[in-house]
Design a protein around this ligand. Structure first.
Ligand code: ZN
Ligand code: ZN
Length: 187
């Protein structure tokens, strides 16, 4: 008798840290949207989309320049060691970044940019950025946890699995844009 495979959602949540990360980012997203509730609708949408676009660039730069530092580098504690371990055993869970690193970075970034600019648009901008980061975590887990025929965006999965073959290529997980513009897209 053939056994049914668990649903896609169950496999994305198979590791408790994955569920915790997704839940924490959803709570952060809801809090930022509540904080931005007085922002006029059009300004909210523009700032949110800008934050989302900003995330795709940040994801590329972090992955290319911070997460691929040698593990002995003094700055490798900020994500590179965990990423090195991920490259050594790509299917080993947890795949998501540790919340002890990412939550303080997101909170401190929001506080610093709010303080520097004094703008009420920082909350919707950060909501877009956090949504992009949540997309990154979900798509990274999906790239490793789902079979190619089950993945909703197989070309994104293929691009990331190619990055595991050649670490000089395909740094984007949620978008191929910066790899294409900066010449690191694997053909
Ligand atoms: Zn990976
Ligand atoms: Zn990598």
């Amino acid at each position: 008798m053939s056994r049914r495979r668990p649903s896609r959602l169950l496999r994305l949540l198979a590791c408790p840290q994955h569920g915790l990360t997704f839940a924490a980012l959803l709570i952060g997203e809801a809090s930022l949207c509540a904080l931005a509730s007085a922002t006029p609708c059009a300004a909210f949408v523009v700032a949110w989309l800008l934050g989302l676009a900003l995330w795709t660039l940040l994801e590329y730069l972090l992955h290319r320049f911070a997460f691929h530092l040698p593990p002995a580098h003094p700055l490798a504690v900020f994500g590179a060691r965990q990423h090195f371990d991920h490259h050594a055993a790509p299917e080993r869970t947890p795949i998501t970044k540790p919340l002890v690193l990412t939550a303080p970075a997101l909170l401190a970034g929001h506080a610093a940019v709010s303080w520097l600019t004094g703008s009420s648009l920082v909350a919707p901008l950060w909501a877009g950025l956090v949504a992009g980061y949540l997309g990154y975590e979900v798509m990274h887990v999906a790239a490793h946890a789902l079979a190619p025929e089950e993945h909703p965006l197989p070309s994104f999965q293929r691009a990331h699995l190619d990055h595991h073959v050649d670490i000089r290529r395909n740094f984007g997980i949620t978008s191929p844009l910066w790899d294409v513009l900066l010449g690191t897209r694997r053909r």
